[in-house]
Design a binder for this molecule. Structure first.
Ligand SMILES: [Zn+2]
Length: 354
């Protein structure tokens, strides 16, 4: 999520003690696994009535969740800054997974890569990077698209300094990309009436550059919804089995998700950080500006998160149970949209003045 420090400091004083103490005590074991979330591959839907209610035979494999996260957040990815060797490694990993899952390429592309060049800032040297796009063609409604996205770039490495100089970006946003890969595997298994376009965007940290580029090349009217995942690795301020959604009042997308999650034990809340203007701070905004009901899911208490845009944003600080359960809740919550039963209202844009 694009830098928003100034507001963080203001709110941190307001929120800090309540959220951190509760979260820390419960989840922040040394290696991110303690008594609570040592799932090691077992089906962790137990206790969550997601399965019982929907009678579906799927589970999000937490072993794969862990593999995706730890691979993308590893030191050898060098913080995945757009235009660097590190992000190239991440791009290859995502492409390999898209192929393994069986996704096809996006219209007009021969590979999963949508490569383009841009100057990060005016007058700066041009760099070349790529959005990684995979498609699961729909059946009865294959001309209607739903996009599931996250950004795979992050801040790279500190130019100078001792000790840890790598911004691993585990929560921001390797956790989201992990969700995109897990949802691709899930919908490949259970099927989809509408076509799903899975995108790992580049250059989000440089100003939503990858998603803006993607938006220029599409017919936005064909896109009925956008599901963007950002920082889904920490226990939210609302407590376990919850997440929040940006732009809740800009379309009825959130209400449809809440309806589908009823009785599941998982709850979705409107984004509580109103002053941060978060709806415009991640890649959902590039689609929303084209009218697509495109929103971001997150679990992180962004007002007090001490690892945000720090070298300490490591996989070990994240909670595997939260990531896996959030991915499952997104799968269940969006099911009626993916299968054409529900169509969210188009986004009406009015920039919130801070
Ligand atoms: Zn981010």
């Amino acid at each position: 999520m694009k830098k928003i420090i100034s507001f963080l400091i203001v709110l941190a004083t307001v929120f800090s003690c309540a959220v951190i103490s509760k979260g820390q005590k419960e989840t922040n074991g040394k290696n991110g696994i303690n008594g609570i979330d040592g799932t090691n591959g077992k089906d962790i839907t137990a206790g969550l009535s997601l399965n019982k209610k929907k009678e579906t035979s799927f589970f999000i494999d937490s072993t794969m969740v862990r593999k995706h996260l730890y691979t993308l957040a590893a030191d050898d990815m060098e913080g995945r800054k757009s235009g660097t060797v590190g992000i190239e490694k991440a791009a290859k990993y995502i492409e390999t997974e898209f192929k393994r899952i069986g996704l096809t390429t996006f219209e007009g592309l021969e590979t999963y890569r949508q490569t383009f060049s841009f100057a990060p800032r005016k007058g700066e040297e041009e760099i070349t990077s790529a959005n990684i796009i995979g498609v699961l063609e729909g059946k009865s409604k294959k001309d209607e698209y739903v996009i599931i996205s996250a950004h795979y770039d992050h801040l790279g490495m500190k130019k100078k300094g001792k000790g840890d100089v790598i911004f691993n970006g585990a929560n921001d946003d390797a956790s989201g990309v992990t969700g995109v890969l897990a949802l691709a595997a899930y919908f490949k298994k259970v099927g989809n009436e509408r076509t799903i376009v899975f995108v790992a965007f580049t250059a989000e940290e440089m100003g939503l550059i990858g998603s803006t580029h993607f938006g220029k090349g599409i017919d936005a009217a064909k896109f009925v919804a956008g599901i963007n995942l950002e920082m889904i690795g920490k226990v939210p301020s609302f407590g376990p089995n919850t997440a929040w959604l940006t732009g809740f009042d800009r379309s009825d997308f959130g209400k449809i998700i809440q309806k589908n999650l009823k009785g599941s034990g998982y709850q979705l809340f409107p984004d509580p950080y109103k002053n941060f203007n978060l709806f415009f701070r991640s890649d959902n905004a590039s689609l929303a500006r084209l009218g697509v009901p495109s929103h971001t899911f997150s679990t992180t208490a962004i007002d007090v998160d001490k690892d945000y845009h720090q070298v300490s944003d490591e996989a070990e600080t994240l909670n595997m149970t939260v990531i896996t359960q959030t991915i499952q809740a997104v799968a269940i919550g969006t099911e009626s949209i993916i299968n054409g039963k529900d169509t969210p209202t188009r986004v009406v844009l009015k920039e919130l003045k801070n």
